[in-house]
Ligand binder design. Sequence first.
Ligand code: NAD
Length: 476
Amino acid sequence: MYINGEWLDSEDGTTFETINPANGEVITKIPNGNEKDAKKAIDAAVIAFEQWSKTTAYQKSDVLYRIYHAMCRNKEHLARTMTEEQGKPLRAALNEVQYAADFMLWYAEEVKRVYGRTIPAPRSDQRFLLNYHPVGVVAAVTPWNYPISMITRKVAPAIAAGCTIVVKPAEATPLCAIETFKVFEQADLPAGIVNLVTAANPAPIGKLFVEDPRVRKLTFTGSTEVGKLLAQGAANQMKRTSFELGGHAPFIVCRDADPVVAAKGALLVKFLNTGQACISPNRFFVHKTHINAFLEEFAGRVSKMKAGSGFDESVKIGPLVNEKAVEKVERQVRDALQKGARLVTGGQRLTENGLDKGSFFAPTVLANVTPDMLIYREETFGPVAPVIEYEDEDQLLEMANDTVYGLAAYVYTQAYSTAMTLFEGLRFGIIGINDINPTAVAAPFGGMKESGVGREGGPEGILEYLEVKVGGFSLR
Ligand code: NAD
């Protein structure tokens, strides 16, 4: 663990194992932190805040640039660590590390543009001034699916704002976090501005984060279930919070779309990270006129995708994170088939050619999916594409919006008016129109409804770590 600029074992000396999900082998042992370690990290962040919050924008920018360059220098190493521990193909891991580093670059620049403003006053002898101030010590809880970029998406704007931070990464990918912090260290950071606490059991640390009054901001990426729990705890002290939670994205193939183009897009976005992405499509609404062409093109391509170790260049589908994830996918597929879905391709766990040692599930397409099936409402977080045929265009928006989630949505259409109508009518925070990657460090990322609160990335991302202060000055 990295606390106050030093690498430490856990206070009680215990460790836990991190596992390669492609073959079940132990990679290494990780310090198993508890609330005492987390408290030590908060102590360090509190002390470091005194100085760090007073540095100039240019000094903060300099540190962020140094981290950016260190991450670029270590890109290959970080990506290999990610492929080993999280399972995604190496090319995807390299892309993620670049995306992660880009948050440092973007906020190195944005920090110099955190302007306050003057506000016209109602009295002639009065002046109003608005300034931004760092919120204080930040506690961050991050997930395993994007184990490096989800750390930098929080750390970069937090330290750019002048906050100090304690990160608790997911127990499935602690090594990615450790290697990332080793790279941060190469940037010669002041001690205590970034701290890392690894743990097998997150609950006591989450409890400390919400109960310690010195933590003024909690930022969380993970499941809606845990997000709600932390939101309730944080409410007691009215902490600032941001939550990036689950999703259930609709992918709409309109009557005026090209079904072959849409099927190619669907393939790329659905199976990214083996379906383990919060913006992964979870309901494919395909207009009746295109259903056959879409399914043929889509399933033809899906059935050719190779599963295996992310170090094999021909592999497109990595393992799921663990056994529990495979069981969830199996349960949803079984339920859908029992209720009348048609299996177009895939549908089972993969065990041949040594895949039985890891947690692999075949890329799967289900047709004739209906609202009574679990998969229609539950986030899958796996390589299954449920396809729903629709005919009535007047009901499309209602069907697509019929979910408690509101993170991402995708639309394929060739008509400007359809694109604009759906863009305006969909209740989701991120919408791809003929675009399967509507994300970038400069574009605020986040959801509506139970997909969360707040935005990460872009100018909105740094405001999450800043307090607004208004001064009224009387000239009398
Ligand atoms: P999870 O909620 O189980 O875990 C996320 C993090 O929360 C981990 O670090 C875990 O250790 C921690 N955690 C778990 N219980 C906790 C507790 N009681 N107190 C404090 N921390 C606790 O989710 P997951 O399975 O790791 O991640 C998958 C979920 O994350 C999916 O629902 C996905 O949609 C969501 N996600 C959202 C985004 C986004 O930006 N909206 C990005 C990635 C993942």
